[in-house]
Structures are given as structure tokens and as C-alpha cells.
Design a protein around this ligand. Structure first.
Ligand code: USQ
Length: 406
């Protein structure tokens, strides 16, 4: 297939591009390189040293003989350029990662809220709009989030996208319908993914676009089979308080002798998936498109659930790291249960990589190798969900001002 990977320079976009290229597909990366600019804005860098996208694709070609093509296009701003590119290349499928993906970044200030909404919603809408305008029947696979469902304890498994409901009619009968599971975003970022869902619903219904939405959990790990092939193909690896995600952060913190930063009681239960499984799921989704005219296909892209404090305790035991409980800068349920259905990917043959010491140690080793690149002052998560919470943020979890809430 000819596949366009929108956001193909990012944390999942890059390993996905290599995975698909390795599988024999013709891969075109479209990216505005915003993630690199945000590193510059925040004054942080990936733990792993990353080459330019042009250099990465050159190395991939030298290693494998396969070409991935890079195009500098901003989906949210360059509508005409995007349309022109799509008209010229007419891809069979599009994988859409081209969104600002960090919840803490989206909550930093009013400017960051505006940026996240404008970027994410416009990028998705421009893409859908262009597909219709060009009469292009490319299968669109979008990376959504488990966070669209929210994290309240409901005592039932979260279904894959749709909830069967009974509605009482005016004449007293009950009619059955399947509706999108009620959206319950926990950040501006998560809210944009809820808005995406509505855009998809409309365009699938009105224009018959073939769309798959992947509700992904928190990704852990850094290497995939392809990024391991050459030092310069290495994936980015975020540790900072805005872009680092919880399990990877704990592993890096353990590697550099930084206390593991548990927010609140650590009773938050979340869904997880290894990055290798993430790229496999995207390939499986591409192989199983919905029919034209069908409703949006939704998969829960996760393989297991864990409570934050259990992860911290496990990594502390493995590494001897200290655990600190910090005032939570986020407005979220302090404790929640989470049961998630993921039968669809399992049914398509996904054999999940679950948390086990071997892979966790591999990540600690990567972190130790590049520990010299870490700026410890960027480890604390200081982006607060409200002005009140901002006043309680601990800016120095390893310093004398340590405030434990346990
Ligand atoms: N947390 C800590 N300590 C830390 C960092 C995070 O206790 O040092 C806690 C947070 O308070 C939260 C949980 O860990 O309760 C998860 O936080 P996270 O930063 O790992 O994940 P999140 O902000 O939810 O976002 C990440 C990705 C996002 C993706 C989402 C999937 O950045 O792109 O959509 O995971 S999900 O969480 O299932 O919505």
C-alpha cells in the first residue's frame, strides 16, 4: 500500500513509519516538526539523541534499501498544500498522528490550550475535508486515546467505542441503539480527541469516509524491531514533566537516582501498551478497514491496566529507587478502577507484550546510557490543571522543600 503517515517524526509516528516500510509499504511522512520546536520552547531534549528526519530516513535507506519520503507540511495550517499533496499522491491509507499529544502541555497556559485545540481540531478537520473534496477513498487510521472515556469507576468494562443503550419511546416501548461511549475528557488535549470523534462520526455518515479510531492507552518502552537496527534510527524518549509519560518517567527516574514522582496517592489506574504492540496494532488496523458507508471502526489499543503506585512500587523494588508522593497537579480522580475490553485486536492476532522485568530493565539500560543528557530540573511535573492546584505544585521533589502528601 501507499501510506501517508501524518506526524511521522513523532514518538509513535517514527517507529510506525519504519514498521510499515519494513513490511513493504510505500511510506510518505508528512510532519511540521512541531514536536522538535516544542522541545526548543520547553528547553528540553529527548533522552535519546535524535537526528534530523532527513538524516533518519537516509540511514533507513542505507540500512534496508527502502525509501521513506519526508514532506514538511502543517496539516492544521497548510490546507492547500495538504490538498495538493493528497491529490498528487493519492495514498491508499493515511495514519494520522499529527496532533499535540501531551495533557500537561495542553494545560500549561491559555496560549497552550488555544494551540492544542487549534492544532488538533484543524489538523483532523482539514484532512477529512480534503479527502471528501478530492473524492479520495483512503482508509484513515487515527490515533485516539483511552482518555476519551474518562477515568471514573463504573464497575463495568469499557466497550470498544460504542455503548448499547435502551431509549424509552413516547409510546412506552424501549428501542435499542449503539451510541458513542459518553465522552469524559480529563484535559484540553483529551478534549480535542473527543472532538475528533464527532468529526469522524459526521464524515463517515455524510461522505462514506472509511475511518478507524484507535483509543490507545499510555505507551511504554522506546525501541521497536526497526529502531534497534541502527543507533541513528533510535526513537525519541521523553522524561520531562510535560511529555514524559508515567511508566517511562519512573524507569528513567530509577536510572538517574531521582525519586519516583507519584501524584497523590497513586491510586490512578490507567491502560498501558508497549510501543512494539502499538505499531503492530496500527498495521492490524490498516489491514482491516471498515467498509465504505460503515460507521467509524473503534478499537481499544491497550493490553493491560495498572495502578500508578503499583508501578512505582514494582520499579522501586527492581531498582532500589525511592518513591515520593507529591501533591497532584492534575484534577483527576485520586483512585479509580479500570476494566477495558480489547477483544478486537486480540481477535486479529495481537499477542500482547506485557510488563516484565526483562523489558523494563532494557529501558533502564537505555536511560543509564543517555543519563548524561538529562536536565534534572526538567523532571518535575509543574503544569497544573487549575490556578488553585498551581499553588500546591512541588517544583523540587528531590530537594529540601520536599512535601510528601502520604
Ligand atoms: N503521573 C504520576 N507521576 C508522574 C507522571 C504521571 O503519578 O510523574 C500520573 C498522572 O497524574 C496520571 C497518570 O500518571 O494519573 C498518567 O499520566 P501520563 O502522563 O502517563 O499520561 P496522560 O497524561 O494520560 O497521557 C498519555 C499520553 C497521551 C495519551 C494518554 C493515554 O501523553 O498522548 O493519550 O497517555 S490515556 O492515559 O489512556 O488517556
Amino acid at each position: 500500500m501507499k501510506i501517508a503517515v501524518m506526524g511521522g517524526d513523532g514518538f509513535i509516528g517514527w517507529p510506525t513509519s519504519l514498521h510499515l516500510s519494513d513490511a513493504g509499504h510505500e511510506v510518505h511522512i508528512l510532519d511540521n516538526l512541531s514536536r522538535r520546536w516544542i522541545d526548543t520552547e520547553l528547553g528540553v531534549q529527548s533522552l535519546t539523541p535524535m537526528d534530523s528526519i532527513q538524516e533518519r530516513t537516509r540511514i533507513w535507506h542505507a540500512e534496508t534499501g527502502r525509501r521513506t519520503h519526508f514532506n514538511l507540511i502543517d496539516l492544521a495550517k497548510d490546507y492547500e498544500l495538504l490538498k495538493k499533496w493528497l491529490a498528487e499522491h493519492r495514498p491508499d491509507a493515511i495514519v494520522h498522528f499529527a496532533e499535540q499529544r501531551a495533557a500537561p502541555y495542553s494545560m500549561k497556559s491559555d496560549r497552550h490550550k488555544n494551540y492544542t485545540v487549534n492544532n488538533n481540531v484543524n489538523a483532523t478537520h482539514n484532512l477529512l475535508n480534503a479527502l471528501v473534496e478530492l473524492n479520495l477513498d483512503a482508509h484513515l487510521v487515527h490515533l485516539g486515546t483511552m482518555g476519551v472515556y474518562g477515568y471514573s469507576t463504573i464497575g463495568a468494562a469499557i466497550p470498544e467505542g460504542y455503548l448499547p443503550v435502551g431509549i424509552e419511546t413516547t409510546d412506552g416501548r424501549t428501542v435499542s441503539q449503539e451510541i458513542l461511549y459518553p465522552a469524559n475528557p480529563g484535559s484540553i488535549y483529551h478534549m480535542t480527541k473527543c472532538l475528533d470523534q464527532l468529526l469522524f462520526q459526521f464524515y463517515a455518515k455524510n461522505d462514506g469516509l472509511r475511518i478507524t479510531d484507535l483509543h490507545q492507552g499510555i505507551v511504554w518502552g522506546t525501541h521497536t524491531q526497526q529502531t534497534r537496527r541502527h543507533e541513528q534510527l533510535i526513537n525519541r524518549f521523553d522524561y520531562d514533566g510535560d511529555y514524559g509519560t508515567v511508566l517511562n518517567r519512573f524507569l528513567i527516574q530509577a536510572a538517574i537516582g531521582y525519586p519516583l514522582t507519584v501524584h497523590g496517592t497513586g491510586g490512578q489506574t490507567r491502560a498501558f501498551i508497549h510501543i512494539q504492540d502499538s505499531v503492530r496494532c496500527i498495521e492490524l488496523a490498516l489491514k482491516n478497514p471498515p467498509a465504505r458507508g460503515a460507521r467509524v471502526e473503534i478499537f481499544n489499543q491497550m493490553t493491560e491496566t495498572h495502578r500508578v503506585r503499583d508501578l512505582a512500587d514494582m520499579i522501586a523494588k527492581m531498582s532500589g529507587a525511592e518513591v515520593v508522593r507529591l501533591p497532584n497537579p492534575r484534577k483527576e480522580a485520586p483512585e479509580n478502577e479500570l476494566i477495558v475490553k480489547n477483544d478486537k485486536f486480540l481477535g486479529l492476532g495481537l499477542a500482547p507484550i506485557t510488563l516484565e522485568a526483562g523489558l523494563l530493565n532494557e529501558i533502564v539500560d537505555v536511560a543509564k546510557k543517555y543519563a548524561y543528557r538529562v536536565d534534572r530540573s526538567r523532571v518535575p511535573a509543574v503544569s497544573a490543571w487549575t490556578k488553585d492546584l498551581a499553588a500546591t505544585v512541588n517544583h523540587d521533589p528531590e530537594g529540601k522543600r520536599l512535601k510528601s502528601v502520604s
